[in-house]
Write a protein that binds this ligand. Sequence first.
Ligand SMILES: *[C@@H]1O[C@H](CO)[C@@H](O)[C@H](O)[C@H]1NC(C)=O
Ligand SMILES: *[C@@H]1O[C@H](CO)[C@@H](O)[C@H](O)[C@H]1NC(C)=O
Ligand SMILES: *[C@@H]1O[C@H](CO)[C@@H](O)[C@H](O)[C@H]1NC(C)=O
Ligand SMILES: *[C@@H]1O[C@H](CO)[C@@H](O)[C@H](O)[C@H]1NC(C)=O
Ligand SMILES: *[C@@H]1O[C@H](CO)[C@@H](O)[C@H](O)[C@H]1NC(C)=O
Ligand SMILES: *[C@@H]1O[C@H](CO)[C@@H](O)[C@H](O)[C@H]1NC(C)=O
Ligand SMILES: *[C@@H]1O[C@H](CO)[C@@H](O)[C@H](O)[C@H]1NC(C)=O
Ligand SMILES: *[C@@H]1O[C@H](CO)[C@@H](O)[C@H](O)[C@H]1NC(C)=O
Ligand SMILES: *[C@@H]1O[C@H](CO)[C@@H](O)[C@H](O)[C@H]1NC(C)=O
Ligand SMILES: *[C@@H]1O[C@H](CO)[C@@H](O)[C@H](O)[C@H]1NC(C)=O
Ligand SMILES: *[C@@H]1O[C@H](CO)[C@@H](O)[C@H](O)[C@H]1NC(C)=O
Ligand SMILES: *[C@@H]1O[C@H](CO)[C@@H](O)[C@H](O)[C@H]1NC(C)=O
Length: 519
Amino acid sequence: MMRLTPISNLMEKPSFLPPFMFGLLFATFGVILSAKYSSITVDQSALLALKSLITHDPHNFLTTNWSTSTSVCSWIGVTCGSKHYRVTALNLSSMDLTGTISSQLGNLSFLAWLDIHQNSFLGSLPIELTNLRRMKYLDFGNNSFNGEIPLWFGCFSKLQTLSLYLNNFIGVIPSTLGNLSKLERLSLGGNQITGGIPNSLFKCKELKFLSLFNNSLEGSIPTEIENLTLLKTLGLGINHFKGKIPSTIGNLTTLEVIDLAYNNLSGEIPLVIGNLASLQMLYLFNNRLIGEIPLVIGNLTSLRELYLGNNKLTGKIPLVIGNLTSLLVLYLGNNTLTGEIPLVIGNLTSLQSLYLSYNKLTGKIPLVIRNLTSLQYLSLSNNKLTGEIPLVIGNLASLQMLYLFNNRLTGEIPLVIENLTSLRELYLDNNKLTGEIPSVIGNLISLTDINLGLNYFTGEIPLVIGNLTSLRVLDLYNNKLTGEIPLVIGNLTSLRVLDLSNNKLTGIISCFFYSPFCY
Ligand SMILES: *[C@@H]1O[C@H](CO)[C@@H](O)[C@H](O)[C@H]1NC(C)=O
Ligand SMILES: *[C@@H]1O[C@H](CO)[C@@H](O)[C@H](O)[C@H]1NC(C)=O
Ligand SMILES: *[C@@H]1O[C@H](CO)[C@@H](O)[C@H](O)[C@H]1NC(C)=O
Ligand SMILES: *[C@@H]1O[C@H](CO)[C@@H](O)[C@H](O)[C@H]1NC(C)=O
Ligand SMILES: *[C@@H]1O[C@H](CO)[C@@H](O)[C@H](O)[C@H]1NC(C)=O
Ligand SMILES: *[C@@H]1O[C@H](CO)[C@@H](O)[C@H](O)[C@H]1NC(C)=O
Ligand SMILES: *[C@@H]1O[C@H](CO)[C@@H](O)[C@H](O)[C@H]1NC(C)=O
Ligand SMILES: *[C@@H]1O[C@H](CO)[C@@H](O)[C@H](O)[C@H]1NC(C)=O
Ligand SMILES: *[C@@H]1O[C@H](CO)[C@@H](O)[C@H](O)[C@H]1NC(C)=O
Ligand SMILES: *[C@@H]1O[C@H](CO)[C@@H](O)[C@H](O)[C@H]1NC(C)=O
Ligand SMILES: *[C@@H]1O[C@H](CO)[C@@H](O)[C@H](O)[C@H]1NC(C)=O
Ligand SMILES: *[C@@H]1O[C@H](CO)[C@@H](O)[C@H](O)[C@H]1NC(C)=O
């Protein structure tokens, strides 16, 4: 049920722009001023060769615009330099183009920016591109290139950005990338790259953004990571890294994003993490981390998202968590945390998602949750919580998902639930809840899922359930409900799951519309 999508934050976003403005201004006078008419002709044939290998141009960007009757420098996506009147930048991003890359592109000898991300270019990259010695910015992301990452990328000694994310590259990360001493952004996520992180990469001391996530990389995270002292983003999630998180990570005090999720990392969360005062996102979920949540986590007051779930962490939720008042997401689910939910949780007033499910938490749901008025997602399921659902739940007006199933909650569903008008999913199953299903539930017209199974509810199923036209799941099994099954249920055309078994209900469901249950 939990949708974990933090990884998308690591997708490439160019951090600087080429001097397009100069290019456009110059294009106006370009033809007159051109001293090297023959050289721009070389550029023109290189671009026409590129165009000739484009097999699909659905929006006719190049088909109509790249015409020999106009200057190359006025062509869409093309920028020329102001001094030498040659093509310096080519930006064909997001044009839905299909095709292969012409080897003649290597003739654009003044090219410094090449951005073709988000198209459907395929095949391998021609070695002639090595002629482009001025290259600073290469973005081939989100295409269908395949083969190995070419060794010759190491030739681009001025390269600052190399983006190959979301392609079909295979093989290892070439150690020649260590020659790129100016490299600031390396984005290789979403390919099928194997092997370890080559040691040479730690020679790229200008790196600020390193994203290798969603590949098949293995080995340990090298301690030499400490050499990348300018690093802001370290994205190694969804790979096969194992061993401990190196404590040298504590040297990287400029880090803002650490994503090590979905690996096989073991050992404890290193205490040096407390040095990383700029950290905004910490994703360590889905590993094999043990030990307690370290108290130094309270130092990370810039944290906006903290994902430590799906590990083997033990002990209590530390009180210092209350210091992290910028938190939007707190995900500690699926560990072995014990003790009560600390009252300081009420300090996290910006919180939008609180996920503490699948632990061994005891005690009551604390009243301080009344403070969490931005909460959209509250999941406390699969714990050992006791007591009643607190009335203050009515304060959480933004709540969309409420998961309290598999606990030991008692008492009735509070009527204040009618305040939760954004509620889409309500899972209270497998508790010890009593009383009637309140008819105010009929006001919550956004509801798609209701599961009240395995409780002690009595009385009749309220007719207003027929107002919930978006309902997909209605599970009321194993209760003590009586009376007739309301005919209105047959009118709920979106219903896909209906379980009323093990009650004392009578009657049949009559259908007015098609629904899987209308047979
Ligand atoms: C290319 O153009 C797109 C869309 O206009 C823009 O978002 C992107 O930043 C440009 N690329 C470079 C390298 O400037
Ligand atoms: C080609 O596109 C550019 C940029 O959008 C535009 O300025 C120019 O007029 C177009 N040329 C033609 C021949 O359509
Ligand atoms: C890391 O930096 C140290 C000190 O600057 C240097 O001696 C070492 O060679 C570097 N390691 C790598 C792999 O570049
Ligand atoms: C990392 O931090 C440790 C301890 O603070 C220090 O000894 C070491 O020199 C640092 N490494 C680098 C590469 O700065
Ligand atoms: C936590 O922060 C305090 C001061 O805010 C600092 O003295 C301490 O060194 C930090 N702890 C760690 C482990 O970084
Ligand atoms: C708990 O985490 C483990 C990985 O650490 C995962 O395999 C398992 O599916 C998770 N269970 C739940 C209920 O999320
Ligand atoms: C962090 O929280 C603890 C316990 O709640 C508190 O004693 C400490 O002063 C807080 N530290 C900071 C830096 O706010
Ligand atoms: C944090 O929570 C504690 C306990 O609920 C409370 O005493 C304290 O005032 C809160 N601090 C802030 C800054 O809200
Ligand atoms: C609730 O939030 C307020 C600030 O909005 C804070 O002062 C108070 O301490 C919080 N209460 C608890 C119990 O955390
Ligand atoms: C229900 O919502 C109203 C208006 O948003 C608010 O005034 C009231 O306090 C809420 N009731 C509860 C029990 O939270
Ligand atoms: C909700 O259901 C009740 C009883 O079935 C009905 O009288 C009422 O008109 C419905 N309200 C809306 C807004 O559909
Ligand atoms: C179901 O819908 C039909 C068609 O709108 C309506 O005539 C009928 O009264 C509804 N039945 C119930 C029980 O609400």
